[in-house]
Design a protein around this ligand. Structure first.
Ligand code: HEC
Length: 454
């Protein structure tokens, strides 16, 4: 995207360090939340439609609880989803400065899809609440089933029907859009590692040519499974002592399903971790990529054990540990990706730094470097005999003439070095024995003094 290129400036090595840090933090926020959102939406939609079709209220209740606990609310969706992803896109734009490759475009497209998805998902979540509101009113109305059917106005039953329709549609749309988001995110981040082949990735269709896009896409799906399962366990049973209004039957149901989802995801994760590792291009490999992959692998194995203990012995005390371990694993995976990306674009970053220094030098030469030379001293030595700021001496007062230069130090210095005839009321000014740098220093001094800066 060209407009992004014009938004970011080449950064120096110091700034690039900052950008990398922001990138890592944004990923640490985005990936776990996105995983929960994707899996949470998927399972909520599945349980919801299954529960309604087969008239199993417990399934519908589970669907509502999942989307409530995992997606939380709209603000969280924006704060932990959309904003971090946007920030990731900007960081990539900064780190890929001057390169033409579709990564940043893909990430921006992903952000767009995520924004639309988030909209659908929270209206899906909302309809559950309105529905339970209607149920509550029916309950307290004291009418029996037959009376409800005859006495409730048609608008209300129609509305209820519409609501249930929107409910399932919005959830499904949200899910589909999240899948698309995941695909573009995987594409953007995978392609960024192929720094020796950027010329092969110039438009969106080429994203599908990269095998690593698909592997990383699958990796995200499997990770979502693990994250969703662990999050169900955590938010139902771990967080602040767990949910309090669960009957035993429902609690067992939730623990069983959550545990199974978590275990399936966590057990598949090492497979995809290795696959995605093998797809890292040579230009992006380094010792630290190995180390972080290894750490992530060990973390995931431990995670599998913890989840197994939860399922087998119903040991809810391990649930908190499992949740934090999962976040730690995300940390290792993010570091793995980031060090791979860092290696892949090392040369580019050096070039960016070079460019940043050039831009900086150019900016300096425009603003004039007068270090070591004192403009005021020169004025007192050479000019004061003929010039004051406020009154006419031999030459005109500076307050009249200097502002006509509009702060252009170079132009004023040019006049001082080689005066030309200006005002017929004055004799010509003799040329001053100054070096160009000294003329600039005194010009700067005059400009700052006249404008009140000194
Ligand atoms: C011997 C007297 C003399 C000295 C010394 C002198 N000037 Fe001048 N200066 C003049 C005169 C006379 C004019 C008016 C020239 C004109 O209008 O053509 C002038 C004009 C100027 C102007 C106005 C230019 C314009 O665009 O109207 C500036 C600025 C200036 N001098 C700066 C300096 C500086 C800085 C120094 C010391 C480094 C200096 N002058 C030293 C006599 C002097």
């Amino acid at each position: 995207m060209d407009f992004l290129q014009s938004l970011v400036l080449p950064a120096t090595t110091k700034h690039l360090m900052m950008v990398k840090l922001i990138l890592a933090l944004s990923m640490m926020i985005f990936i776990p939340f996105f995983g929960m959102l994707l899996g949470g939406t998927a399972f909520s939609v599945i349980f919801n439609s299954y529960g309604r079709k087969n008239k199993k209220p417990m399934y519908v209740r589970f669907a509502k609880d999942i989307i409530d606990k995992l997606a939380i609310n709209r603000f969280v969706g924006v704060g932990l989803g959309i904003i971090p992803l946007l920030s990731i896109a900007f960081c990539y734009a900064q780190l890929l400065y001057g390169q033409t490759v579709i990564t940043v475009s893909l990430l921006l497209v992903a952000t767009f899809f995520l924004a639309v998805a988030v909209n659908f998902i929270y209206s899906y979540q909302n309809t559950f609440q309105i529905e339970s509101l209607i149920e509550t009113f029916k309950d307290i109305s004291g009418l029996d089933k037959h009376e409800l059917e005859t006495k409730v106005p048609e608008e209300v039953t129609d509305y209820e029907f519409d609501l249930l329709n929107t409910n399932s549609n919005a959830g499904l749309w949200g899910f589909v859009l999240l899948i698309i988001t995941a695909l573009f995110f995987a594409g953007g981040t995978s392609i960024a590692l192929n720094s020796d082949r950027y010329q092969d990735f110039q438009n969106i269709a080429q994203m599908f040519l990269s095998g690593s896009t698909f592997i990383n896409f699958l990796f995200i799906l499997v990770f979502s499974l693990a994250a969703t399962g662990v999050a169900i366990l955590f938010f139902f049973f771990g967080w602040q002592g767990g949910m309090h209004d669960m009957e035993e039957e429902y609690a067992d149901f939730a623990k069983n399903i959550g545990g199974k989802i978590a275990f399936t995801g966590a057990a598949l994760l090492p497979v995809f971790l290795f696959l995605s590792f093998f797809f890292i291009p040579k230009v992006a490999l380094s010792g630290s990529v190995f180390v972080y992959t290894g750490l992530a692998f060990i973390g995931i194995l431990l995670l599998c054990n913890l989840i197994y203990a939860v399922i087998k012995n119903s040991e809810t005390k391990y649930i908190g540990a499992a949740f934090y371990l999962l976040i730690l694993c995300v940390g290792f995976i993010v570091m793995k990706n980031e060090s791979a990306f860092g290696i892949a674009v090392e040369k580019n970053l050096l070039a960016v730094n070079q460019k940043a220094m050039e831009v900086e030098a150019e900016r300096k030469s425009k603003t004039v470097s007068t270090s070591g030379i004192n403009g005021e001293e020169i004025y007192n030595k050479l000019c004061v005999a003929c010039h004051k700021f406020d009154v006419k001496v031999v030459g005109p007062p500076y307050q009249q003439t200097v502002p006509t230069y509009n702060g252009d130090v170079k132009k004023l210095a040019g006049f001082i070095l080689k005066p030309v005839k200006k005002n017929p009321e004055y004799p010509p000014m003799p040329a001053q024995p100054l070096k160009p740098k000294e003329a600039e220093a005194v010009a700067l001094y005059l400009i700052e003094k006249v404008s009140g800066k000194k």
